[in-house]
Design a binder for this molecule. Structure first.
Ligand code: TYD
Length: 140
């Protein structure tokens, strides 16, 4: 199988409903708006300014990452190419395919990073060492 690349990762526009009431609603529904069925969601918040998160890859997990509030930068790396995405719209998600290293930084104060994931939490699915990640990509 072809090794995954940062070019397989894209911005997905989510539904945005604006009714005659004030405010908007964004809906994510399995089988409709997302490229995989969501088994787990979690969110990252209270990240102090200047801190970074992520610094890992997943072997099997697909994810959608959304800045539901505020903004932050996600840098994806496939071992060859790096691509950075500034996420700052609650109706846009970054689709991250399996086998991609990611770093999250530049969190604005009060930002919330929602992650929709294709699998339940599995510690064994993580690669947290960058050299090990490069070996994993070579062996894929
Ligand atoms: P971690 O994945 O290390 O955060 P980061 O995005 O910075 O890499 O997760 C931090 C802690 O939360 C870690 O102890 C594992 C725990 N955790 C769960 O128990 N379940 C989950 O679904 C997630 C994402 C994390």
């Amino acid at each position: 199988m072809k090794s995954s690349s940062v070019y397989d990762c894209t911005i997905v526009n989510l539904d945005k409903h604006h009714s005659n009431r004030l405010g908007n609603i964004t809906v994510v529904e399995n089988g409709k708006t997302v490229p995989f069925d969501v088994k787990r969601c979690y969110y990252l918040y209270d990240v102090p300014g200047g801190e970074s998160r992520g610094a890992h890859a997943h072997k099997e997990l697909s994810q959608l990452i959304v800045a539901v509030s505020g903004s932050f930068t996600v840098t994806l790396d496939d071992g060859n190419v790096k691509r950075s995405f500034i996420l700052n719209r609650p109706y846009q998600a970054l689709y991250v395919v399996p086998g991609i290293w990611r770093d999250l930084d530049d969190f604005s104060s009060g930002s919330v990073c929602l992650v929709l994931a294709s699998e339940v939490y599995q510690k064994e699915d993580y690669i947290r060492d960058y050299q090990e990640y490069l070996k994993f990509k070579k062996g894929e």
